[in-house]
Design a protein around this ligand. Structure first.
Ligand code: SAM
Ligand code: FES
Length: 353
């Protein structure tokens, strides 16, 4: 079967073997990419129309006990200027976000021991009391079943925990001993069992990544069917062991976005800030390839530069309202519309959208 036939089959059956994914990734032409993009954009339109969901991203802390080799806020980076937002500051960001039309708040940060269950549960309860119609998403790394359960009971709706890679050998090359593939995957299963809407995801073009490892990621997406899937290009950070590796490309990321839409049509798929960093129209290209979510920054401008996962991150000097306005204009320029909505996954197609 050639690539076009494989794409046709994927769109019909939602499944391919790892070998077939690898073949597609190795052999596809520009025409095949365009075909995948058309199929993915059609599917996304059937389910979500031209709506693009927004999430207000609040980067609550760049303190992290982990030492992931790719990440600019790893504990081993002595040059990082550390900060953490207080619950009051986080509530202020949310208030501004609510005014701007956000109905999902994403609290993201390093694995920072300051944010105990007690601190987070009080914060989540306060957010849900003030904004009952909003979703609270957490992206705070691996915390263990009890903690995940307490945060869920406090009102958290969703949890983003990229699996990083479904290839155990690659996982080892990206993380120091002590961080394990098994624990990452176990955490995702626990989150699902607890009733969270769960987000997985991976970097594209990470050091040592091959098309065989990406094929494993795609098989994992087929099996796990995450509600959200965050993928963006790897971008080197000057103070990490991976400083000399090259960044992932917009072309590979967009092709993978299309494939993920074909595998799991209702998935919530962000056009990430990293994609906007490697290309000036990266986020627009991501939406056109099948993504349906954008995550503008709601963090105070004073800390934005410090939450530097990779070099040259965009949006670090802009106010929240500017990011929101900028993305609205960008989406409109390609025929899409940012909506004021919690943006939950739609498991059934809606004909009228
Ligand atoms: N600590 C939480 C966790 O580990 O899930 C959330 C924060 S972590 C910084 C968020 C994501 O940033 C990671 O899952 C990783 O995929 C991505 N990331 C980290 N360093 C990156 C880099 N150099 N280039 C692109 N993405 C990166
Ligand atoms: Fe902390 Fe990666 S090293 S989030």
């Amino acid at each position: 079967m050639n690539c076009r036939e494989l794409l046709f089959q994927l769109n019909k059956t939602r499944t391919l073997t790892a070998e077939q994914y690898r073949f597609l990734l190795d052999e596809r032409s520009a025409e095949d990419e365009a075909y995948a993009k058309t199929l993915a954009a059609d599917l996304r339109k059937q389910i979500y129309g031209v709506a693009v969901f927004v999430r207000g991203l609040i980067e609550i802390s760049n303190v992290c006990k982990n030492d992931c080799y790719y990440c600019g806020i790893r504990c081993g980076n002595a040059n990082a200027q550390r900060y953490r937002l207080t619950p009051e500051q986080i509530l202020e960001c949310a208030a501004e976000g609510y005014r701007l039309g956000f109905r999902t708040f994403v609290l993201q940060g390093g694995e920072d021991p300051f944010y105990t269950d007690e601190v987070l549960c009080a914060l989540i309860k306060e957010l849900k009391a003030r904004y009952p119609e909003c979703a609270v998403t957490l992206s705070l790394g691996e915390r263990g079943r009890e903690s995940f359960a307490a945060l869920k009971a406090a009102g958290a709706d969703r949890y983003l925990l990229r699996h990083e890679t479904a290839d155990p050998a690659l996982y080892k090359k990206l993380h120091p001993a002590g961080m394990t593939y098994e624990n990452r995957m176990k955490s995702l299963r626990i989150l699902r069992e607890l009733g969270y809407q769960v987000g997985a995801g991976f970097m594209v073009g990470a050091p040592y990544q091959t098309n065989a490892s990406l094929a494993m990621d795609l098989r994992f997406i087929e099996e796990f069917k995450p509600d959200m899937c965050g993928i963006g290009p790897f971008i080197p950070h000057k103070d990490t062991p991976f400083r000399d590796f090259s960044a992932g490309t917009v072309k590979d990321t967009c092709f993978l976005l299309s494939l993920i839409r074909l595998i799991h049509p209702p998935v919530l798929l962000p056009a990430t800030t990293a994609l906007g960093t490697v290309h000036p129209e990266g986020r627009e290209l991501g939406i056109l390839a099948g993504a349906n979510v954008v995550m503008p920054n709601l963090s105070p401008v004073s800390v934005r530069k410090k939450y530097e996962l990779y070099d040259n991150k965009i949006c670090t000097g802009e106010e929240s309202a500017e990011c929101r306005g900028c993305l609205e204009a960008r989406m409109r320029s390609i025929g899409y519309e940012i909506v004021t909505d919690r943006g939950d996954i739609r498991l059934q197609p809606t004909a009228d959208r």
